[in-house]
Every structure is written in C-alpha cells, then in structure tokens.
Design a protein around this ligand. Sequence first.
Ligand SMILES: Cc1cc2nc3c(=O)[nH]c(=O)nc-3n(C[C@H](O)[C@H](O)[C@H](O)COP(=O)(O)OP(=O)(O)OC[C@H]3O[C@@H](n4cnc5c(N)ncnc54)[C@H](O)[C@@H]3O)c2cc1C
Ligand code: SF4
Length: 510
Amino acid sequence: MIFEHKDYAPDHIVDAEVVVVGTGAGGASIGAHLAEAGVDVVFVEEGGHHPTSSFNPYLAESLPRLWRDAGTTMIFGKSPFIYAEGRCVGGSTVINGAMTYRTPESVLSEWQAHLKAPELGPAAMDPWFATVEEDISARHQIPGSIGGDNRIMSLGAERSGWHHQKNTRNQDHCVGANNCVLGCVTGAKQSTLVSYMPRAFKAGARCLTEVRILSLRIENGRCTGVEGRVVDPRTRKLAQRVTVRAKAVVIACGAVQTPHLLLRHRLGRPSRQLGRNFVTHPNVKVLAVYPFDVRGWQGVSQWGQIREFHDQGIIFAENMVPAGAMAAALPAHGRRVWEMMRQYNNMVLSGILVEDTTTGVIRRGPFDTPLPFYSITPADQETFLRAVRTLGAMHFEMGAERLILPFTNLHEVTNADQLGQITSSRIKIRHMELFTPHLMGSARMGVDRKDSVVGLDGQLWDLPGCYISDASIFPSAIGVNPQVTIMALGLKMGARLAETVLRSRNAGAA
Ligand SMILES: Cc1cc2nc3c(=O)[nH]c(=O)nc-3n(C[C@H](O)[C@H](O)[C@H](O)COP(=O)(O)OP(=O)(O)OC[C@H]3O[C@@H](n4cnc5c(N)ncnc54)[C@H](O)[C@@H]3O)c2cc1C
Ligand code: SF4
C-alpha cells in the first residue's frame, strides 16, 4: 500500500516491526526480503511514487521529479563537482544506467582478509550475487537494442587491440530507448521500482512516500523508530510530523544522506568514522563528434565497457544521454548550442571512470543540508589526463572530427596532435569537470567497533536496533558500478535481520 502527502493525519503515527528509510538499491532489497519472510515492513521515502507510464524524455519535468535537487547537488573540494542521486520510489536505481557488476573478486578477497570475515569472501558472496542477478534480470542486450555509438566504441577498442566487454544490465526486453537516466519509458529496466518494491508490496509492505526522515527515536539507548515531516512535492516545504515506531530501523538513504541523518545524533562515536572514508568513483565525459550519422540515441546507453586499463583503475564506457541532457551539458550558450545540437545524430558521448585513490568526508551543514567534501589527488589528475588523451586518440583514429573536452580551459580539439595540450601544467585540478553517480563508503562496515561504524550485520556499534543497508557500508572503494554489491549485501543482512525479528516475535508470543 502506498501513501502520499495528502494521505497523512496532522500528527501521523504508524507502527511496524521494521521501518526501512529509503527505497533505492539498499532499502528495497532488504525490505522486500524482510516482507517476504513474513516481517511487517514500512518503507519511508522522501520522493514520490512515479510509475513507468509517467516517465518521459523531458528534462525540465523529469529532473526535479526524479533527481535530488534536480541534479544540482554538489561535492566541495579543489574542483567542486555534481553528484547524482535519485529521490523517488526506487531511488537512484530509477535513474541509473543499469549496468550490473559483481564486486570484483580481488576486492572481496581483500575485505575477507583485512576484516577476517569469511562471509564477505568470493565463495560466500556468490549465492547472494546470483540471487540479485536473477531478481533484477541481469543479462546482455539483444542485438537490436545496440546503438551506433556502442559500435564505434567496440570497433575502436578492437582496432586499438584493447579488451572490450559487453555489460550485463538489469533489463527485460530493453529496446534501447536510451532514456534510462530520466526513467525507463518501457519498464524494461529492472530498477527497484519495478523489481523489489512490487514484491515487497505483494508481501504486505506499506510505503509512506513524500516524507523526509529528520531524526531517530532513541529510547533507553535503543533505536525504536524514526521521525520526519511530510514534504510538499511541488514546493518542497515541510508539513506535518510523521512518526514510525518499530522494533528495528534500517537506514538506506544513500552514502550522503545516511551519514547526514546519523550525524545529527552524534553516532559512530567508538570509531569516529561516520561520514569519513567517502569514495566517489569520479568520472569525466569526452564527447566525440563524427562527420557521419551515428545515431547513438537510437540504442541503449552503456552496452559495453573498455576494460583494457582496469588494472590502472580506468574504465572507458559509452554514455549517450537524451537530447535535453546533452544540450544542457554543452560548454556553449545561445545560437552555438543550437548549432552543436544539430549534430546530435553524429555524437558519441563516452565516459572515463577512475578508481578512488583517496577519500572524502560528509559533514552536516546548516538547514538540514549535507556537505560532502572530496578532492582528487595530483596522481588522479595525471590518470584522468592520460585517459582523456588515450580515449581521444581512439576517437580520432575512428574518424571523429572534433572532441568536446571536460576542461573549463580547453573545450575543444580538432585533431590528434592537439591532444598534446592535455598536460598537468595546463589542465589543473580546478579546470576539470568531474561528475559522480557512485557514492559509497561513508559509514563503513567492519568487525572492530574502533575502526568501523556498523558490524557485519549492518547494525550500528553504538545504537542497537539501528541498521544501515546502502552504499555507505562498503569497507572500501570497489572500482565498478555498485548497485549489485549494495543489493547483495542488502539481501544478506535482510536474511539475518528477518531471523532476529521473527525469533523475538515468537519469543514474545510464547
Ligand atoms: C545517473 C546514475 C547512473 C548510475 N549508473 C549505474 C549503473 O549503471 N550501474 C550501477 O551499478 N550503479 C549505477 N549507479 C549507482 C547506483 O544506482 C547507486 O549506487 C545505488 O542506487 C545506491 O543505492 P543506495 O541504496 O545507496 O541509495 P539510493 O538508491 O540513492 O536510494 C536512497 C533513497 O533514500 C531516499 N532518502 C534519502 N534521504 C532520505 C530521508 N532523510 N528520508 C526519507 N528518504 C530518504 C532517497 O530519496 C532515495 O530514494 C548510477 C547512479 C546514478 C545516479
Ligand atoms: S535503454 Fe530504454 S528500454 Fe532500455 S533500459 Fe534504458 S530506457 Fe529502458
């Protein structure tokens, strides 16, 4: 059952066995698992419930409805950059690119060894990944859904002798409409809006939408619920109070909002790690314009990735976006944007993702605003510049006539020789136009309360009854797209929490 802003009484109180705050990758997966195990679950979600039939390619309508602050949320640092987060039922999975990667085995082995936690090792995690892949239909694209930009990237890799791999994506009959970042118009993308949330509803879960949780209820040192306010979906003004009382509370607000909420209560005291170890998997875009029709928009974004340089922490991917998003991102204004967009058919938008070598921090700002800080290092700067030169050379080799670059002081080059201008003496960190949709690590999981925020069961060391199930709990950066890792950990924790809740229910009844 789904409730929205007009359904709430003046001081609305709801009881549940478990309240899950957030319905993205981490919240929906754990909530569905709990509900199907027979637990009485209430979700609370700040955004609205927008069904597939409401999705469209219009930026002005879709961004404020589905993206937090219409996509203007900033990370501060040497080069301030935008981070993207969904704010709707389904969270960021509604606006993501649908790539499904398991946590690399090397990362799992490191977690297993470093934390002395066999349950996080590759063999132990394998069944959780397999279940997630089945649940969200992770599979390769059918040939008819592949766009011209994908072909250029894979052919470019082939000619350069690089390893190109096809992505699996969580989709069922994706036709390549390329609207993933504004909501999948066909319902093919198996975001949690159309996968885990309907399963949770079928099992009896309730969802209070358009409610922002502002604090936790803490009684006798135990978390017993959450308190928030109804949000007017048009004006975003806060209205009446909503309280959910529960035996267990799961915070799944994402790696920025989760520490922001918990920092209000000065939690994470034993380790002082709450809000720290924030990693972002930063990326930049390189837009190649070809002298022939590519029609990248007629096909799925992100069919594959070039993994040749993964051991250096670099991934290249195709990244075509709807026309409105492309026009908004061009480094031009007025008539020039129009002239550039006339070549939309000829464009290949490619992305460069660089694995984190550093960490940032989330602080609480005024007016209930989180303040994320993160700066790339000079070594990352060199990696990005080298990667832009390498990918740029591939595009020129494939016949591109010019490249639009992610640097505020060098917007365009028209031949391969000009790529030589991309040096650290010319392009400083402050000139780089970074972006991130992958936010992780700000409330890390561990086995020692002195250097982690939650235990392996997701429970806060210093607040019994309060759990985290989202990207915040990653013990370190993972170097690949994170949704499968988040969901697998969500299911794993859900199984343990269901057992605890049902055991205590049965003990109460006895
Ligand atoms: C544009 C984009 C492209 C991406 N592409 C991919 C990809 O191809 N593959 C991949 O694996 N990953 C991708 N990701 C990343 C992936 O979607 C996220 O890592 C994942 O969804 C994060 O899960 P989460 O549970 O941590 O948070 P989210 O999915 O962001 O969910 C958090 C939810 O909590 C709600 N919330 C927050 N604060 C409150 C509050 N105080 N009260 C009530 N509700 C609250 C939010 O509204 C949101 O719905 C992409 C992300 C974006 C934005
Ligand atoms: S490409 Fe189109 S059909 Fe495929 S997942 Fe994205 S929006 Fe849906």
